[in-house]
Design a protein around this ligand. Sequence first.
Ligand SMILES: [Zn+2]
Length: 245
Amino acid sequence: MNELVDDAIVLRTYPSGEADRIAVLWTREHGKLRVLAKGARKTTSRLGGSLETLAHVGVDLVQGRGERYIVRHVVHRERYATLRGDYDRIAAGYAVVEVVDAIPAEDVADEGIFELVRRVLTTLDDPSYHPGLVPASFFLRLLAYDGSAPVLDACVNCGRPEPLVAFDAAIGGALCSQCRSGRPLSSDALGLMRRIAGGELAAVLRTASPVGAGEVAALAHEAIEMHFGRRLRASRVAPPSSPGR
Ligand SMILES: [Zn+2]
């Protein structure tokens, strides 16, 4: 029997048969796996209790006669209790794992993505950070990781540095007034995106509702949706509260 031991983030779970559950995992060393947790829907099941969406777990799997791995043992590495206690943090976490689940990467290992997701969940679990812009910043980071970071320092079409007045996710960046397409871009939102992309993420996330946050959330969502080519549901659940204007 083929055995596999790894760490994983639980992206989602869904019922299977009478009492079982399928869990979709992003593992550290074995990519995305869909695994079967037998009896996980019984109230007494320890597997069911541990395989929660948004948990970082250690799993011990065996490959049965079919292709699917069967869960033999699960331990919590991190349950993210602070994240779990707050609706906005949970919604932000769901927006993140839904995008990760949409990455077309079955059975392709990518430890970089595992680390990005683990770090974003750790951020959401930290009460000193506001969750509103966490999904947007994760999307921008994921685009950069995939070699598709939006161009923000000059017009993506003609290279003119200023002023940039529009953002087009299909073209992949900000645009000047002569090349404008996509949606309008305020200087606040552009500045905020530059700070997020440029290493000031922690400072941005310590601010409750930075000016331009709603715009950045929408742009980043559109960009990641365009990148993976399908409409994503949860990412729309919890837009950051709009800045006071
Ligand atoms: Zn231009």
